[in-house]
Design a protein around this ligand. Structure first.
Ligand code: HEM
Length: 323
């Protein structure tokens, strides 16, 4: 014990805690068969953390590569990249949400669904950067340099869907209502709403945007479907949290997530597309992905619902129509 009136008490206190820290470190490194003094020597020369190095800011700012000279193409690229970073944050939470209850617990489960909702709200709100900010005349020119690339090819968007619900719920409403629940996964995969929806307007054949995406990611996506068959967010809720003390709040948070991911975001996106591809022709301009976008993109079109059991028959029938 150090008496409080000791003139060097602060110093001694520091020494004592430093001593303890050193002992802890020595124990840690000894357990790993390593020498503490090498690490102390390393500290002498360590430069410390630099903001831009730590965050790779210089690299980040080299990742925008416009194809044309129109100034707003940079806005278009940056906003897509920002959205993909939010998708990354959403997937990061989804990965943690889909581990067994012993590893997470009820409160964190709820907390993380609320995080998903916060990220989606932010994405939806920020869509006015495109709807109000992007110069449509410039967009209609530089977009021709982007054929046949499309946001349709966002891998993270598809993985978010797969991690959230059973594959069956990712088929268009028309198919869901007319086939048995227990189809083999591979068959469901071929019937997912985006495979059935991304057909070329004129010929009805698969668009190049879709076939390119399939060639690149089919194997990975099918594997994800298998991996998450029993541990997607809905399955985790059913197995571990449905009967928990917090279940009422969890159900509310899941409903909000469903609404934001399958109505809020698609509708905010749809509004942007309507404005950006508007012209004198009914149905507007042909999209870079070649879909019948005015039908395909409306949230009521395929009525994707991650957690149909949490909605009434009427709510499901009216899905996306209030917008
Ligand atoms: C001016 C802005 C935008 C336009 C004109 C636009 C246009 C389109 C169109 C027409 C489609 C349907 C596929 C096609 O035919 O190409 C589509 C799909 C998609 N876009 Fe966009 N988009 C815009 C902004 C964004 C942004 C900022 C993101 C964020 C990453 C995004 C992500 C997606 C996704 C994920 C899909 C697939 C949706 C689904 O399959 O349900 N888009 N976009």
């Amino acid at each position: 014990m150090i008496p409080s009136q000791h003139p060097d008490s602060q110093l001694l206190l520091l020494d004592e805690s430093l001593h303890q820290q050193l002992a802890n470190l020595q124990e840690k490194f000894a357990a790993e068969g390593q020498n503490l003094s090498c690490y102390l020597e390393k500290l002498l020369y360590d430069k410390g953390v630099d903001y831009s190095d730590y965050l790779s800011i210089e690299t980040l700012l080299t990742l925008q590569k416009p194809r044309t000279g129109f100034p707003d193409e940079l806005v278009f690229i940056l906003f897509h990249q920002i959205s993909e970073l939010y998708f990354r944050m959403i997937l990061w939470e989804l990965e943690q949400l889909t581990v067994p209850v012993e590893m997470l617990g009820e409160e964190l489960f709820l907390d993380k669904i609320n995080r998903l909702n916060r990220y989606y709200r932010q994405l939806i709100r920020s869509f006015d950067i495109m709807s109000d900010g992007l110069d449509v005349a410039q967009f209609q020119k530089f977009r021709t340099a982007l054929f046949p690339g499309s946001g349709f090819q966002s891998l993270q968007y598809r993985v978010i869907e797969i991690c959230s619900t059973d594959a069956f719920n990712l088929m268009p409403r028309k198919i869901r209502e007319n086939i048995p629940e227990h189809l083999p996964l591979r068959e469901i995969f071929e019937k997912l709403y985006w495979k059935k929806g991304a057909l070329h307007v004129g010929s009805g054949r698969k668009s190049v945007t879709l076939t390119n995406f399939e060639m690149k990611y089919n194997a990975l996506l099918l594997q994800k479907l298998k991996d998450y068959k029993h541990r997607n967010l809905w399955q985790m809720f059913r197995r571990f949290y449905e009967k928990s003390g917090n279940s009422e709040f969890i159900v509310q948070a899941l409903r909000t997530f469903d609404q934001l991911a399958n109505v809020g975001w698609p509708f905010a996106h749809y509004k942007v597309v309507l404005k950006a591809l508007a012209n004198d022709r009914p149905g507007g301009l042909e999209s870079t992905g070649g879909t019948n976008w005015s039908k395909y993109l409306h949230p009521s079109s395929h009525a994707i619902i991650f957690f149909p059991q949490l909605w009434s028959v009427e709510e499901r029938a009216d899905w996306g129509l209030a917008h």
